[in-house]
Write a protein that binds this ligand. Structure first.
Ligand code: SF4
Ligand code: SF4
Length: 72
């Protein structure tokens, strides 16, 4: 039998929430609608929806979004 306990890694976006100014530029860039602005304070990413395409990282004018491998 095959071992199903393999560790999967996937690319996910992550917002620097301390630096984010909640401008909202990244929100419409996401084809998965994974980004929302939390209480008008900073952007958050729904990692269940995020597929790591990186469009949001390009959309943030200040570079506050990074996309990297994250263990699931
Ligand atoms: S990496 Fe792609 S799917 Fe994930 S939040 Fe950014 S734009 Fe959306
Ligand atoms: S574009 Fe950048 S600064 Fe603006 S809400 Fe998104 S992460 Fe925050």
């Amino acid at each position: 039998m095959s071992d199903t306990r393999t560790v999967r890694a996937a690319r996910k976006a992550q917002v620097d929430s301390f630096s984010c100014v909640a401008c909202g530029c990244c929100v419409p860039s996401c084809p998965r609608k994974a980004i929302s602005i939390f209480k008008g304070m900073f952007a958050t990413v729904d990692t269940e929806l995020c597929v790591g395409c990186g469009k949001c990282a390009k959309a943030c004018p200040a570079g506050f979004i990074t996309v990297s491998e994250a263990a699931q």
